[in-house]
Design a protein around this ligand. Structure first.
Ligand code: PTJ
Length: 245
């Protein structure tokens, strides 16, 4: 039990979620290392949502709302930290959710499928009985995708994604949005929109943005997406890291 008065309460709570997910068996073996890397970047930016991240979130939500088949890709870490918030965002933007694991095992897919069902989301894609296709005809797990989800999606939100997977998705011609605290990662550099923020802050904020943008004219959303320059925004994000140091 972590006392609320602890100066690192929020951070310790997230560690606890990750540790519990590992005990339940649906987290990757190396997930804690990935979490620690994220934690370090978050610490440097003051564990707050910086302006370039907010801008990227508006653009990402606009892109998702403009899409015909938007999908939120989820892995062990994203689920451990924000399962209910991800389900809420999916409902707000009318997107599908797909289990998409870098370290894929049938057991992890089974556990995650059950978890989403238990949290009131039985329509989860990427489960063991889903129709799976291979992106760019690459016959390996790195390229597997649900036929009605990522395989045919036009826009995919890939929080905390490994670079190999991001690259395959990008090469398949899709619009890629990420939430990644590391602006230097291959995923951040390769994505069309990169949000340098903690998933636990970003996802609920994006749901709020969706309520606002849903009332806007389509042309406004198109303009937001067209005017956005991810490289410039990443440079601005890195400036916040420099300042933090
Ligand atoms: O569940 P699986 O099998 O799909 O595996 C998931 C991990 C995350 C282990 C796998 O995709 C992986 O190894 O990813 P990487 O290459 O470590 O990339 C994860 C990125 O997420 C890193 O750049 C971290 O900085 C970032 N990150 C970690 N925690 C957070 C985060 N970004 C946002 N919010 C976080 N809480």
């Amino acid at each position: 039990m972590i006392p609320k008065s602890h100066p690192r309460y929020e951070s310790l709570l997230l560690r606890d979620k990750i540790a519990k997910a590992f005990e339940k068996g649906y987290l990757a073996d190396t997930a804690m290392i990935a979490h620690g890397r994220g934690e370090a970047f978050d610490y440097i930016i003051g564990e707050q949502t910086v302006y370039p991240a907010k801008r990227a979130m508006y653009v990402a939500v606009a892109a998702l709302l403009l899409s015909n088949n938007p999908v939120i890709s989820v892995n062990g870490n994203a689920t451990a930290l924000a399962i209910d918030e991800i389900i809420e965002l999916a409902k707000a933007i009318n997107a599908k959710i797909e289990i998409n694991l870098f370290y894929r095992t049938d057991e992890r897919v089974r556990l995650l499928t059950k978890l989403y069902k238990d949290h009131g989301y039985p329509e989860i894609l990427g489960s063991l009985d889903d129709d799976i296709e291979y992106l760019n005809d690459i016959p390996n797990n790195r390229a597997s995708a649900s036929k009605t989800g990522i395989y045919t999606a036009d826009t995919i939100l890939i929080p905390l994604e490994d670079g190999d997977r991001a690259e395959i998705l990008k090469k398949s011609g899709k619009n890629i949005l990420t939430i990644d605290l590391n602006p230097l990662s291959r995923t951040s550099k390769m994505s069309d929109v990169s949000i340098m923020d903690n998933i636990v802050r970003a996802i609920p904020f994006m749901t709020k943005i969706a309520q606002d943008l849903k009332t806007q004219n389509r042309d406004v959303l198109v303009e937001m997406v067209n005017e956005f320059d991810n490289n410039e925004n990443l440079k601005e994000s890195i400036e916040h890291i420099k300042r933090g140091l």
